[in-house]
Design a protein around this ligand. Structure first.
Ligand code: ADP
Ligand code: MG
Length: 473
């Protein structure tokens, strides 16, 4: 998962769909002039303008009346031209229409009046977007959709603190966890919330990969000044998955300077990674230690309660009925991370509505057979031996020993039974793990435990508890 490459020259294409988002350029200009001319004038003259398209560097706008068009031409054309220029937007002219009439307000800032080269346009346009818009933020990743439990309560509280304070709460807020446990969700939630509570605080969210990509573009276009200005003009900078820049020296260097400049300025920085700052190998020492100065919050592996809670709230969002037993089954079986848990849930819901089946535990087990096998493979015989020894308060070494006392032999047989049921190991493999026992010994033990389970309720409680402890980590 960790990128090994030290080559910073990536040929990544930006997934943002530019053609759909060109109106963003107009929104940027519009919100900028709103600050300049004040709310009343903006509502009267700029708001009624309707963006039509941005083509070859020309913004086409419709005015609602001749009056509006004339007023904009006479009072605001210079301002609009200056704003477009100061923001380095890919706009060379603005065309404003009213009815059939069309007028061209020349905002040209290139001598020929032609649009700047397409490639340059694209990068600049993309750069501005991240500052001013919520593009790229997932609308589902909000605080209200984030289920809080023991494993993530610290990270959640820290994220709330960031949005509740008007200045930097702690710098940086550093979130870390394994994959699929909610880092990106929390970061987007912070961005959404600041956007709605304090709309004049400029928030920039991007992945470390994109940060690097932009930096390389800036180097290529010999335009690092613009790059620096853009990053240093934000109030809240959020960079996701910073482990990505491990080993990438010049990007790290630039990141370090950006980071320090923002922190010195009292701006909030929020970072995420798959490891704690101290464990980020491939990061320069001074950067690593600096990253740990603020608030470091990790999200722990999920617990059964958290998984069940998330599933219950997901159930409220779907039309089909999902019985409690199915949610419990999923919470029990899909333990790796929340992304997979959601994936499993969505799969059974989709399956049920496609083939018109009611959702039952059996149906879920069938639909998810591949996932369930994959996740049970993760329990090892070592885990089983440790867990069982602990449960019966015997030494782990007794799992391999030849001692035959019932108080030891019985737990050992239970461990063998669980090894057969929870892993894909064969009898001979299991035998080897239990001190080199013969496969027939293991077969005998499994059979014995199966028989006992039918009548011995104490034993079956023990086994059920162990089974759930083992699939719950
Ligand atoms: P990460 O960035 O740590 O890899 P994500 O933030 O992308 O993980 O989360 C993976 C998925 O799990 C997302 O769909 C997210 O909405 C969901 N998720 C994670 N944590 C929670 C939570 N506490 N409550 C609800 N959904 C969550
Ligand atoms: Mg993520």
């Amino acid at each position: 998962m960790e990128k090994e490459s030290h080559n910073e020259d990536i040929s990544q294409t930006d997934e943002e769909n530019e053609s759909e988002k060109k109106d963003e350029v107009w929104n940027v200009i519009s919100s900028q002039i709103r600050k300049d001319i004040g709310e009343t004038a903006w509502r009267s003259w700029i708001k009624p303008l309707e963006f039509r398209e941005l083509k070859d560097g020309v913004i086409h706008i419709s005015a609602s009346s001749k009056l509006v068009r004339d007023r904009v031409k006479s009072h605001y054309s210079d301002k609009l031209r200056l704003i477009a220029k100061s923001l380095s937007l890919p706009v060379s002219a603005l065309e404003i229409n009213w009815n059939e009439l069309s007028n061209l307000m020349n905002l040209s800032d290139t001598p020929s009046g032609k649009a700047p080269r397409i490639t340059e346009m694209k990068d600049k346009e993309l750069n501005r977007k991240a500052v001013f818009s919520t593009h790229g933020l997932d609308p589902r990743f909000t605080f209200s959709n984030f289920f809080v439990g023991k494993p993530n309560e610290l990270a959640f509280a820290a994220a709330r603190r960031v949005v509740e304070s008007a200045t930097a709460a702690f710098n940086p807020l550093f979130l870390y966890s394994g994959v699929g446990l909610g880092k990106t969700h929390l970061m987007h939630a912070i961005a959404w919330e600041i956007n709605s509570r304090q709309p004049n605080r400029k928030v920039m969210y991007l992945s470390a990969e994109k940060f690097m990509y932009r930096f390389i573009q800036a180097l290529r276009h010999k335009d690092t000044m613009t790059f620096k200005e853009q990053f240093r003009s934000v109030d809240v900078l959020m960079i996701d998955d910073v482990q990505f820049i491990s080993g990438k020296e010049s990007t790290q260097e630039e990141f370090f300077h950006t980071f320090n400049a923002l922190v010195d300025d009292g701006k909030q920085v929020v970072l995420s990674a798959d490891k704690s700052p101290t464990d980020l190998s491939g990061m320069e020492e001074r950067l690593r230690s600096r990253l740990g100065w603020g608030m470091v919050a990790d999200i722990h592996a999920t617990t059964y309660e958290l998984r069940l809670g998330i599933l219950i709230s997901k159930r409220d969002t779907v039309a089909v009925s999902v019985p409690d037993a199915v949610l419990e089954f999923l919470a029990h079986k899909i333990t790796s991370n929340i992304r997979e848990l959601e994936g499993a849930f969505n799969r059974i819901v989709a399956h049920a509505s496609l083939v018109g089946r009611t959702i039952t535990v059996e149906m879920a087990r069938e639909t998810l057979s591949d996932l369930i096998r994959a996740s049970s493979r993760r329990v090892t015989i070592d885990d089983i031996q440790k867990q069982v020894s602990k449960h019966f308060s015997i030494r782990t070494s007794d799992m391999f020993s030849a001692r035959r006392a019932r108080s030891i032999a019985r737990p050992r047989q239970i461990a063998m039974y669980l090894a057969k049921n929870l892993t894909t190991s064969s009898y001979p493999e299991i035998g080897r793990k239990f001190g080199g026992r013969d496969h027939t010994t293991i077969m005998h033990a499994v059979k014995k435990v199966e028989e006992l389970l039918i009548h011995d309720s104490e034993m079956s409680d023990d086994v059920e508890l162990l089974r759930s402890l083992l699939s719950d980590n």
